[in-house]
Design a protein. Structure first.
Length: 246
């Protein structure tokens, strides 16, 4: 669909063409029919009711909007490709390549998919997290930007939800609710995401050891950092060392 902003998505969902598309998806939907979508195309799946009760993803910066518009989706904005029964969804822009490779593996097997991956020089990318910008997610919520600034200034130590809320001039409950609405993340996930993305940046730019990076982003040691990295990205810390991200 090629939509990049919340305004574009909302305007498109009101068009006749979008209604025609969603009607077609409703007719196609069946337990034995695989339906896939990526990026803003996932909103058509939501409008057709295909995301209800399903685990799904979309591009990371539109994930909060997807959850707002289709609250019954079980959102997983971390992974690049998510499969739930006959529904397969993927993240932003070039993730359609990851989606197609996933479908090739499903229908033709791992060997064929691996050959396609090699010919296309497409590395395996299970997580969207290295590409995520917390600042972009918070760009429309200046009050929450204070929580990001506070956390970055105190990233070497443990920070409580109460402290983040106070930085925004909110109660912890109001802060948690507002953060969830804007970012589709809990406060804990928000903190972990910022710490992990900063760890990836340091890994690629500073030549630091894992223990040094862990200390700089608020983890007790390299083991704790590696555990958080695996949980948030599905990958090891060292796998990010040589990769290039925007």
């Amino acid at each position: 669909m090629g939509l990049a902003t919340e305004r574009e998505v909302r305007e498109t969902t009101q068009t006749v063409q979008f209604a025609t598309l969603t009607e077609a998806l409703v007719k196609l939907a069946a337990p034995e029919t695989i339906i896939a979508g990526s990026c803003s195309g996932c909103f058509a799946l939501g409008q057709a009711g295909l995301l209800d009760g399903r685990v799904a993803t979309t591009t990371w910066w539109l994930a909060p909007l997807l959850k707002t518009m289709y609250p019954r989706v079980r959102l997983n904005s971390r992974d690049i490709v998510v499969e739930d029964g006959p529904l397969v969804t993927a993240g932003a822009a070039f993730s359609h390549i990851d989606l197609l490779l996933h479908l090739i593996e499903r229908f033709a097997g791992f060997a064929v998919a691996e050959d396609c991956r090699r010919f296309m020089m497409a590395d395996s990318r299970p997580s969207q997290l290295p590409y995520l910008s917390v600042a972009t997610l918070l760009s429309a919520a200046p009050d929450l930007q204070q929580a990001e600034l506070f956390l970055r200034r105190n990233i070497r130590r443990q920070v409580s939800i109460a402290e983040l809320a106070a930085a925004c001039g909110m109660s912890p409950r109001t802060f948690s609710r507002h953060l969830q609405r804007v970012t589709a993340m809990t406060p804990t996930a928000f903190v972990q995401t910022l710490r992990v993305t900063e760890a990836i940046r340091l890994l690629r730019t500073r030549g630091l050891t894992a223990d040094e990076i862990a200390a700089r982003v608020g983890y007790a040691d390299a083991t704790a950092l590696r555990r958080a990295m695996r949980k948030r990205t599905g990958r090891t810390l060292d796998s990010f060392r040589e990769e290039q991200y925007p």
